[in-house]
Design a protein around this ligand. Sequence first.
Ligand SMILES: *[C@@H]1O[C@H](CO)[C@@H](O)[C@H](O)[C@H]1NC(C)=O
Ligand SMILES: *[C@@H]1O[C@H](CO)[C@@H](O)[C@H](O)[C@H]1NC(C)=O
Ligand SMILES: *[C@@H]1O[C@H](CO)[C@@H](O)[C@H](O)[C@H]1NC(C)=O
Ligand SMILES: *[C@@H]1O[C@H](CO)[C@@H](O)[C@H](O)[C@H]1NC(C)=O
Length: 613
Amino acid sequence: MLKVIAPLAVAAASVAAETIAQINGNTFLSPLRNQNVTGVVGLVTAKNNQGVFLRSTEPDEDPTTSEGLFVFGGTLRNNVQVGDIISIDGRVEEYRSNNLHGYLTELTGPRNLQVISSNNTVTPLVIGVDTPSPPTELFSSLDEGGVFGAPNAVNLISTSNPELDPTTYGLDFWESLVGELVTIKDAYQIGRPNQFGDTWVRGDWKVTGVNSQGGVTMLGSDANPETILIGSPLDGSRNPSDTKMGDYLGDITGTVYNAFGFYRILPTTRLTPLVNSTTDFPPVSFESRGTCRGITVASYNARNLEPRSPHMPGVAEQIVTKMLSPDIICLQEVQDDSGEANDGVVTANLTLTTLVGLIEELSGVVYDFTEIAGLDNQDGGAPGGNIRVAYLYRPDVVELYQPNLGGPLDVNEVLEGANGEGPVLKFNPGRIEPSADAWANSRKPLAAMWKTVKGTGKLFFTVNVHFTSKGGSSTLHGDPRPPINNGIEKRNDQATITADFIAQILALDPAARMILSGDMNEFVGVAPISTLLSRSGLLDLEDVVGIQPAERYTYLFDNNCQALDHMFISPSLSRGALYEHLHLNTWQNYNNQVSDHDMSVARLNMCGCVSKL
Ligand SMILES: *[C@@H]1O[C@H](CO)[C@@H](O)[C@H](O)[C@H]1NC(C)=O
Ligand SMILES: *[C@@H]1O[C@H](CO)[C@@H](O)[C@H](O)[C@H]1NC(C)=O
Ligand SMILES: *[C@@H]1O[C@H](CO)[C@@H](O)[C@H](O)[C@H]1NC(C)=O
Ligand SMILES: *[C@@H]1O[C@H](CO)[C@@H](O)[C@H](O)[C@H]1NC(C)=O
């Protein structure tokens, strides 16, 4: 349809002319990189303030060689119009802004412009109609052991430069279209935009893991290569910053590009939701029974909570109106009384008293709290903030069993109880191996033993953890394969120590009631967590209660709803267990988000005497 090439231009470019398909080649990096090319002919499909997008007028039949090309250079865009067919010389380059990112193939230093014809029709390729659909599971042939395989970064795309297989691997799919003008039909937003307005979406092609909020959940090692980021609009406008998961965007047309660690589509103009997702999420569907028949235990990473946190009232309100005032709340990211002031303060009494006070004002429900302040700046997080895990608990329902607050360096131990009650803790609460290397510059886990207040007091244990973060990992679309999963070795050690402590309790009493919960900064199925489960003997409560796979998430990162927060229980607590994640925060725009994690609430029967174990 676009074979209109003026004879003069063909003559001028005939000797060394390269097609766009030849420039892209059938691999990630151009076979012509760092070479000058002449007489490159293409239809101008789009422009932005950095350059011009071309489409070949002589496409080959090879689906692995993109027919699109970005021409980088300041003045060309002023001399051509969308719809022009041009011939150009330039230099083939591979560009990236960071060595963990993938490369963009581009033509730079355009010169010898010849406009061959104008006003040609420009028709975008509809993804899934004029192209294959994006692969739904695998990212790259170089991801040994899957995209979360360990060891990480055993290959680099930029050195292996594999031949593209766009029907099997997601990165190969997007690379095979790079530079092209495409349309996504019926796009839904699957998260909130980042600070630059970049917004992840899914199209009308096959997508796995769609959840009830309209986002896309990671299912095992399937981290959803079929989703795509929408970057800065070509016309210089800005994507809205107040949109969220589940908003319906209609069709999006733009050019396929690679920058800042991700393939992305630069839309012709700013995204506009046509239908906004409705903003309410119901409270947990069950309440505490107040006795051992149904004790509610929750887990919540409350995001750097300190006495003056603007989101403190929101946390209190969520605890009351959505979590329905659970009997025990395992909190993570509780900062000290002076927040991030780096002033030697380590106590969190004021932080926790403030939260407890707000809850009481809202509901009349009275909470106590317990925690162990660490040594100044030894537990990671923001300098001076001294984040730690802490417990809120309702003294009308549960009490600490033989309380004996440990100090920051006191090593908790599992002891045989003197009164025939089975295992007990040396410190209650007490930290687990606080001086081990695994916890250097990281939050220490806090073990506690509890007794139900009403009726025959039943004993149970909790361990509240916050494992080291994934910060510094490379992106799902980045150069190292499998991507760098930063902190995984440390999380492995942390999981092992935690599991061995719990295993000691269960070794003394296989029917012991144990709950491990918190922000583990890792996915079920990846080594730290699979190790934790197998070594401890605990069960994943998501499995026990059968939460739908697509609803197993507590966090939104890039394209994926994912589960970083978990609750694991001993087998003796599985009968009649209830457990729900409340997706109040992942499914929100920035302003309406309270924390960056969702909270989870369980109800567990602590009465049982489990003879078969
Ligand atoms: C490529 O083109 C540039 C700009 O015209 C020129 O400076 C350079 O020498 C050329 N390189 C080669 C290898 O021809
Ligand atoms: C292209 O179309 C525009 C508007 O229809 C017209 O003004 C212009 O003359 C056309 N240019 C050429 C080169 O045909
Ligand atoms: C969707 O929400 C945005 C932001 O709150 C608002 O500006 C816009 O008008 C809404 N659009 C529709 C279609 O309701
Ligand atoms: C406040 O912190 C101090 C020092 O850690 C501790 O002794 C005290 O018991 C705390 N108060 C409350 C109400 O927990």
